[in-house]
Design a protein around this ligand. Structure first.
Ligand code: PMP
Length: 435
């Protein structure tokens, strides 16, 4: 007799709206393959080049050969054998952080992971000791972060967003409420630069105050920074939280999905916090590596070689490696904002407004009707354009009057056509509401 399982007997995360979100969004885009997609927060594929991948591996292997006294057997082992749990490109990553972000990280504090997603999970898994350990998170939030917290059985303590990325008064109140209820806020997850989904960046003053609050209330800051590189060329960006952090309050989560190659699935975490134990002090990175050794063993060294080669060819700078990409995304952003202004001029009906990020991949549109998944399906079927209902980033299924537009995956021409379709949808919906 075949064994039957019941969802209620499986891990609680499997029935959660957060994990359903990922499935739903993937499934809609598969069902409407000819729709123009403002939904996919993916990098533009026009720059993908298989030849680059082969060259990067060669570049990395030449670099490794120089280190291993030109012994080909050692190079083969380094790239093809099971490897160091914390990874093999940790020194190149530390150099990149110094060159691009002014972050001085000890390479021993870097754990190379299977994407940022694994870095998130390792960190949350390690921080969650008891059911009282909770994660402060600004809503709306990246689904990968809320999903990782669900997998790690870590309750969320929602914090309000603001025009500056985080409402610090609400943060302090959330900490107070949580402590009064016997909870232990272990960390606050934050995307300080061009957040997903909001596109918002935090000012320097807010970053500094957040770090002060972290010290005052004794929690860590988990800084996730996949979009910081995609700023305007001449813009003066505030430093990352990690660069402003002399006290090692910040665990820095990195991704090469947008700046390297998404299919390589390489990310990392800088965990330079000291961990006291009966056997003496150690590094938080080494504790994360223990969890990693039981999860993915080590990140594919072949994939690390691809990213390592890209770093080597660009003097450690992903900003300069992505000059062409930055220009492309900036042009798309301008094109999208310009197109929105054309279709929805100020003061016109229906009233549609949007925020104006200066970089990253996302813009948020405020519309005069609540947006649920059925409406996305309707829009995909009848208007052939996709976007993301913002309720997915709140994790409660409650329709919001907002949608997220991603402008990274499309050409300017596709954006033009996509906006015409989107405007058709918005006008149809407002006419129906009035009629
Ligand atoms: N963090 C955020 C906020 C993201 O938007 C993304 C990409 N969707 C990632 C991390 C990327 O994670 P990974 O390196 O696992 O692809």
């Amino acid at each position: 007799m075949a064994s039957e399982l019941h969802l209620l007997d499986l891990h609680g995360s499997l029935g959660s709206p957060v994990i359903e979100s990922m499935n739903f969004l993937n499934e809609v885009s598969h069902r409407f393959p000819d729709a123009i997609s403002f939904a996919a927060g993916r990098p533009y594929e026009g720059f993908f080049d298989l030849d680059d991948v082969h060259r990067y591996i060669r570049t990395y292997c030449d670099h490794a050969a120089a280190r291993f006294g030109d012994d080909p057997a050692l190079v083969r082992r380094h790239v093809l054998q099971y490897g160091r749990t914390k990874g093999i490109i940790h020194e190149l990553i530390a150099e990149n952080l110094s060159v691009d972000e002014g972050i001085e990280a000890d390479p021993e504090s870097v754990v190379v992971t299977a994407g940022c997603q694994e870095a998130l999970f390792l960190t949350l898994r390690a921080l969650r000791r008891t059911p009282r350990d909770a994660l402060l998170i600004v809503l709306p939030a990246y689904v990968g972060a809320t999903g990782a917290a669900e997998l790690a059985d870590m309750p969320l303590l929602p914090v309000k967003s603001s025009a500056d990325g985080i409402d610090l008064t609400d943060l302090a109140e959330a900490v107070g409420r949580a402590k009064a209820a016997g909870m232990r806020p272990r960390a606050c997850y934050i995307v300080a630069d061009f957040a997903n989904p909001s596109g918002i960046s935090m000012s320097r003053a807010t970053r500094e105050r957040l770090l002060e609050l972290a010290v005052e209330h004794d929690f860590l800051v988990l800084e996730d920074n996949p979009y910081g590189v995609f700023s305007a060329e001449d813009a003066a960006q505030p430093p990352t939280l990690k660069a402003l952090d002399p006290d090692r309050r910040v665990v820095y989560l990195g991704s090469f999905a947008k700046t390297g190659i998404p299919g390589a699935r390489v990310g990392f975490v800088v965990a330079d916090q000291r961990v006291e134990s009966a056997t003496g002090p150690g590094l938080f990175a080494d504790e994360l590596a223990k969890i990693k050794s039981m999860l993915t063993v080590n990140t594919s060294p072949i994939a690390q070689a691809v990213i390592g080669g890209k770093l080597l060819e660009n003097g450690g700078s992903l900003r300069s490696a992505n000059t062409r990409e930055r220009r492309f995304y900036q042009q798309n952003l301008r094109h999208l904002l310009h197109g929105l202004a054309k279709h929805f001029p100020p003061g016109s009906t229906p009233e549609v407004t949007w925020n104006t990020p200066t970089g990253g991949f996302f813009v948020v549109l405020d519309v005069p009707f609540p947006v649920d998944d059925a409406l996305l399906e309707h829009c995909a079927r009848h208007h052939r354009v996709l976007w993301t209902p913002m309720h997915h980033f709140f994790g409660d299924g409650q329709p919001r009057h907002q949608i997220r537009l991603s402008f990274s995956y499309l050409t300017p021409d596709e954006i033009t056509v996509g906006l015409e379709r989107l405007a058709g949808f918005v006008f149809e919906l407002c006419a129906t509401a009035r009629g």
